[in-house]
Design a protein around this ligand. Structure first.
Ligand code: ADE
Ligand code: ZN
Ligand code: ZN
Length: 279
């Protein structure tokens, strides 16, 4: 029994770290399908043949407890209703790290500069994960630690079993966005990828969506958080209405994360800058 309680509690705690493993796998898989042959070759040289990006996309969350100096690399915190941030305040160096923007600048530098394979391998794993986290809107807002402190009741039917008695679970708003909505939509992340490939990623809206900088992507993600912030009803019930409202935003954020991660890797993996350009 104790083991069961721990298993449930620990899973809930792990979910507070980023998209859940499914969200990160969706983004990594969409990206891997879009790698150029040069980028793929370098990825295989660093990771070994046959290793998928999805398989290592949550590694950065796994090492977070052992590497507290990387803790703040997973998010950036400024108020949801503000559309600007001051990096000197929000991204300052602390014993638990600076912020996701600073962390991504460093991963880009490590990947494009002559850094040694072990460092580049690690930077690749951080980049695959952190570009995912940039696209989780609640990873960009201060309020209640990105919603981690907001208790909600979840009762999502998604068309299944409308006459079943209420089956409410308690969650926090952050993990609802990280994983609860995603797992209610599809049974597994492979099915999620297929649906996005046949839907949003084929739509005209997807064309050119990989443009911009990591900072642009973060600010757009922040605007998504602002858009959805008032949708949580006063009784804090995450039901079918909330699910139906938020799901299109999550689909789009996961698809954007995928095509943008592909662009980042296509630009950085095969590129080796001259040593003088690298500090
Ligand atoms: N910890 C503190 N703030 C956070 C946020 N916005 N997202 C994820 N983890 C956090
Ligand atoms: Zn994370
Ligand atoms: Zn999270």
């Amino acid at each position: 029994m104790m083991r069961l309680i721990c298993a449930l509690a620990c899973a809930a705690a792990a979910n507070a770290f980023g998209w859940g493993a499914d969200g990160h796998s969706v983004i990594a898989e969409i990206a891997q399908r879009r790698l150029t042959s040069e980028a793929r070759l370098e990825m295989e040289r660093l990771l070994g043949p046959g290793v998928s990006l999805a398989s290592l996309s949550s590694w950065a969350d796994d090492v977070r407890p052992d590497r507290p100096e990387t803790s703040n690399w997973h998010f950036i915190n400024f108020p949801v209703k503000e559309d600007r941030y001051d990096p000197a305040v929000v991204c300052k160096a602390t014993p638990t790290g600076d912020c996701i923007i600073g962390a991504m600048q460093r991963q880009r530098a490590i990947l494009t500069c002559p850094s040694g394979d072990a460092k580049r391998r690690e930077a690749l794993k951080f980049a695959v994960h952190l570009i995912g986290d940039v696209h989780q809107p609640l990873h960009t807002i201060t309020e209640e630690r990105g919603g981690n402190l907001i208790r909600v009741d979840v009762d999502i039917r998604n068309g299944k079993c409308p006459r079943c008695p209420p089956r409410r679970t308690q969650e926090n708003l952050h993990s609802v966005w990280d994983s609860v909505l995603i797992s209610n939509k599809e049974w597994n992340w492979g099915a999620y990828v297929t649906r996005l490939e046949e839907g949003w990623l084929k739509a005209p809206e997807a064309r050119g969506a990989e443009a911009g900088t990591v900072e642009d992507w973060m600010l757009a993600s922040h605007r998504v958080a602002a858009q959805a912030w008032d949708w949580l009803p006063a009784d804090k019930l995450v039901g079918d209405l909330y699910f139906t409202q938020v799901m299109p935003l999550i689909d789009k954020q996961l698809a954007l994360g995928g095509v943008r991660l592909a662009r980042f890797l296509n630009e950085t993996l095969p590129t080796l800058l001259r040593r003088e350009t690298c500090n």
